[in-house]
Design a protein around this ligand. Sequence first.
Ligand code: F6R
Length: 353
Amino acid sequence: AKSGYDHYMLKEIHEQPRALRKCLRGRVDELTGSVDVEALKGLDPESVQFVACGTSYHAALYGAQALREAGVHAQAFLASEYATSPAPVGDDTLVVGITQSGETADTLSALREAERRNVETLAMTNVVGSTAARECDRTLFIRAGPEIGVAATKTFSSQVVACNLLAAALTERHDAREIVEALRDLPSQVQTILDDSRAAQVADRFVDSSGYFFVGRGYHHAVALEGALKLKEISYKHAEGFPAGELKHGPLALVTDETPVFALVTGNGGKATKTVGNVKEVEARDAPVVAVTDGASDVGRYADAVLEIPETHPRVAPVLANVQLQLVAYYIAKQLGRSIDKPRNLAKSVTVE
Ligand code: F6R
């Protein structure tokens, strides 16, 4: 069942090119850049609220940013907090529940809260026939195929691509076509990373570190959080992700020569320059820096190791960066002999609040 892979997690990481192609198939017009998704027809919300947990919440953070960039008011909420402090809704609010399993109790209850308030709901899920798919007004399937490993990998990538479909369906953006083209190239770029990643060497080198930090700005913030979550859940080592700009507001106190900092830097615009500035600060504290980069900036100069990703649209780069981090987490956990597919204390779907 693992088709020659040692773990389902590694198998599922390698299934990403195929999963992403399936997510896009028949849904985008490559000539015009327009998106044609049955489930999203006629949607024209004034604002969008994403609700999700864990990895799916990181996809939601990405999705909210993509929608804001496209001119739609959008926010991401942790589903377990949404019920405690529900955001105000209007007649034209759309609540989007991102949930791989479609069975996560917190996400279902946030979606039910939306139903109670008469707000339109959309489930973004992997599982046909799941509770979220049955209960929501609309369902956008991410088509990633079954995911057995407890750690979500391919489904995160597919959720991010589905968020781009949503953003494109809701707005006319001038660069819609460039984004669609970048999405079309994404599966083969993921394959390039899978064929030739230095993640195993990076894992070997830093397996004994006392803690790990992940920093990035904008879309890369979501990936920084995801990189840290993946590493902590399967390796049981302490890992923390945060927006690069927050480093000096506290976390920098923990940065030492025993705590590698993974810096996500693509392009060479203002965001990249600022993150390179943060990288110099951690380098000055003797922390090993692992740059995950397309090579467009000079971050590599300050890095102890570089994990390369192919160049692409800034909207799409985070998926590629995340694939490198999935591999790092996998190889660190493997070195440590952890129970990768079934980490202690965790369940694939969390059906209690
Ligand atoms: C992490 C992980 C969890 C899930 C979370 C939500 O690797 O798998 O954090 O992302 O429990 O699950 P779904 O997406 O099924 O609602």
